[in-house]
Design a protein around this ligand. Structure first.
Ligand SMILES: *Cc1c(COP(=O)(O)O)cnc(C)c1O
Length: 366
């Protein structure tokens, strides 16, 4: 079986974890600070504030922006559900704007119909490692006070022209399978000194100094043990992403002329970091998308469906008073047609060729 993800903790991480264990201080400390420095460098921001996971980084960022009950947030319906849950947790109303069919990211042209005077945040998702069209989103929001929060959970190091993921206001995840992993972890990136200060207070029960509560906060802290695992990966991020991109290029070259499969499309100017390598199985294929997944797994090619439905298309959201549903046909079509193939940095060339050959056979009905 060629697995869709492989998690390996290298010797450098083990050494740092042991350093933390030997130090006797296991909670947030020096390692978290080191990781934050690397994350800020990646995003090109003055600040990175590390937290316990990526969902919490969305929650903390939304709270730092002052989002509260009655405010509205617009996001992509084609995402991991954390994007929606974070907004609902802070009491916001969630609306969805449909995606661009090529990049699977929020379509700026769809914003006008859903942004209104109660909209406080638009949250594009840099899905699969490709940034959403931030320039287009900013243009669509020009003249409004709406904040942009980038859900960059899948986009460590992704770029758009000379802009970097997380440079506006970013939320990253270091979940076990993300391009950089600490098991569980997350971070918010920002250039805004006041916002960063607020995030640090929110993270630590609202305390600037011990038992001096300035605001109502919570415990969003990351531990030094988590940070230690991520530091060596952050230091090698360029190499990790380059290997993913090279793997993606080999897959796309092999699948370019195969009828029934559309390889991922990278929009001009976007630097894709291939958290996922996601293809469409089109109606020209001899099998349905779901059949293709079954056949691939039978033949030892790990694959996954990210995501099988639009985020609103579940009973718990359809019946939720905080979710406004207007159907998004491109998101629904993507959810019905896509599947993701292994692209992780531990693949060999022969495994990549085996993936291409097997996908080709399967969509031809062989
Ligand atoms: C992984 C992910 C999150 C949440 O991160 P966790 O660390 O799992 O809490 C949020 N949004 C997207 C798009 C993700 O892929």
């Amino acid at each position: 079986m060629i697995p869709i993800t492989v998690v390996k903790v290298d010797d450098a991480a083990k050494a740092l974890v042991n350093e933390v264990l030997d130090s006797g201080s296991l909670a947030q400390g020096r390692m978290v600070e080191r990781l934050e420095g690397l994350v800020a460098d990646m995003a090109g921001t003055r600040h990175a504030v590390a937290v316990g996971n990526g969902t919490l980084s969305l929650v903390a960022a939304l709270q730092a922006l002052g989002l509260e009950a009655g405010d509205e947030l617009v996001t992509s319906p084609f995402t991991f559900v954390a994007s929606v849950n974070a907004a609902l947790l802070v009491g916001a109303k969630v609306r969805f704007a449909d995606i661009e069919p090529d990049t699977f990211t929020l379509d700026p042209a769809k914003l006008a119909a859903v942004v209104n005077e109660r909209t406080k945040v638009v949250m594009p998702v840099h899905l699969y490692g490709q940034m959403a069209d931030l320039d287009g989103i900013e243009a669509a929001l020009a003249g409004t006070e709406v904040h942009i929060l980038e859900d960059a959970a899948q986009a460590h190091g992704a770029t758009l022209g000379d802009r970097r993921a997380g440079s506006v206001l970013g939320s990253f995840s270091f979940y076990a399978t993300k391009n950089v992993s600490t098991g569980e972890g997350g971070a918010v990136t920002t250039d805004d000194d006041k916002l960063a200060d607020r995030l640090r207070l929110l993270r630590n029960q609202g305390m600037r100094r011990r038992y001096e509560y300035e605001i109502v906060g919570f415990n969003y802290r990351m531990t030094d043990l988590q940070a230690a695992i991520g530091i060596p990966q952050m230091e090698r991020l360029g190499e990790i992403n380059a290997t993913r991109a090279a793997n993606a290029a080999r897959l796309s070259e092999g699948l370019a002329d195969v009828e029934g499969v559309t390889p991922p499309i990278v929009a001009p100017g976007r630097g894709h970091v291939f958290h996922q390598y996601t293809v469409r199985i089109t109606p020209d294929a001899a099998v349905s998308r779901d059949e293709a997944v079954d056949r691939l797994i039978e033949r030892g090619i790990g694959c996954g469906i990210y995501y099988p439905r639009a985020a609103y298309d579940y009973d718990c959201y359809r019946s939720h008073p905080g979710v406004v549903i207007e159907s998004c046909p491109e998101a629904e079509r993507a959810a019905a047609q896509t599947l993701s193939l292994p692209v992780h940095p531990h693949l060999t060339e022969s495994q990549l060729d085996e993936i291409v050959a097997t996908v080709t056979d399967v969509v031809r009905g062989r």
